[in-house]
Design a protein around this ligand. Sequence first.
Ligand code: NAD
Ligand code: ZN
Length: 375
Amino acid sequence: MQPNKNIKEEVQEPKKKTSFRNFPMVPKVVFGCGSFSQLNSILLPQRKHAEAPFIFLVDDVFENTALLNEIPLIFNDQIILISADQEPKTQQVDALVQQIKSTFSEMPSGIVGIGGGTVLDLSKAVSILLNNTGSAADYQGWDLVTKPAIYHVGIPTISGTGAEVSRTTVLLGPKMKLGINSDYTTFDQVVLDPDLTKGVAIDQWFFTGMDCFIHCIESLKGTFLNTFSQSYGEKALDLCKEVFLEDLSPSESREKLMMASWHGGMSIAYSQVGVAHALSYGLSYVLGVKHGIGNCLVFDHLEEFYPEGVALFQEMKAKHNIVLPKNICAKLTHEEFDTMINVAMGMKPLWENALGDDWQKIITPTKLKSIYQKI
Ligand code: NAD
Ligand code: ZN
């Protein structure tokens, strides 16, 4: 009798996972230079009635620019300008929700966020809190939101964070910096118009772009990696290499970075970030360092964990003459170091992804302090 080859293969097959992440994706997306001009026709079918406005949360970098005039305002729609000087806070979300509720008698038809990760995250959070009681801080965590958000649209004006595709909105709360991770967080519609990123300053372009590059490295080198994440992560990494190491035309570079951001965000949706993000969260919490530059400051010193990624990062940094600030942690007190280390150590899933279940054998407070002291 022939040995049954299938039986052998079945026996040898690794134990299958019993629970798989089931996450939402952005259901509608439009891509292309000039696609912003389609916003009016995109919003029209979503307008509930004349008294239910669209609220446009717009980065105040666009104040007095042509973009504001291109926003399709009808009826009692309102533009609220938002400063992106600081990362979004839970109190800021609560204040915006209060402002909208007290200005309008009807629930808005929707929220449209136009800006970088800061404004996109605020927009997601405001759309959730308009339909859920309490404070934004009550929903920081995983799957705590009980009612759907109101219709919300994301329109990125700088590329890299992946906030346009993710199911989280990262907020600084009274106790922690943590996302509202929920199926209701994801945008209903995204407009990807690379022309909107034209005015970004070179340093900021690099820092936010490196957020995407670091998402790819951390996802692709992580233990959580599966073929789904890998397929997005590899594409995003290739696009980042083209954008930051080759000499593309400005328009090609803008288009490719916008799609790198999207794919990078999709890659971490099914895996996780790693060492740089854990340490960057600590920096941000104690010193208010913004996400993109914080990741760069940390990643520069992570050759032990990501040797090839760090070598590429340094090549990119040199090509674009980026000079990172130094001695950021020089004046920190022992207590501040401890807080920073505690915040970083608390990012358990990130360490598990980066280093596996035994991560605590490698990552100790002393180890983290030695890295922070180099920054
Ligand atoms: P940002 O939104 O903070 O903006 C950075 C700077 O660029 C600001 O000064 C802004 O005014 C300016 N800017 C934006 N668009 C511009 C344009 N077209 N022209 C000129 N200037 C422009 O930057 P970011 O790096 O995109 O976002 C960082 C935020 O994103 C952080 O709060 C971080 O926590 C969050 N984030 C969220 C996710 C997520 O999945 N939700 C992922 C990563 C990061
Ligand atoms: Zn990031």
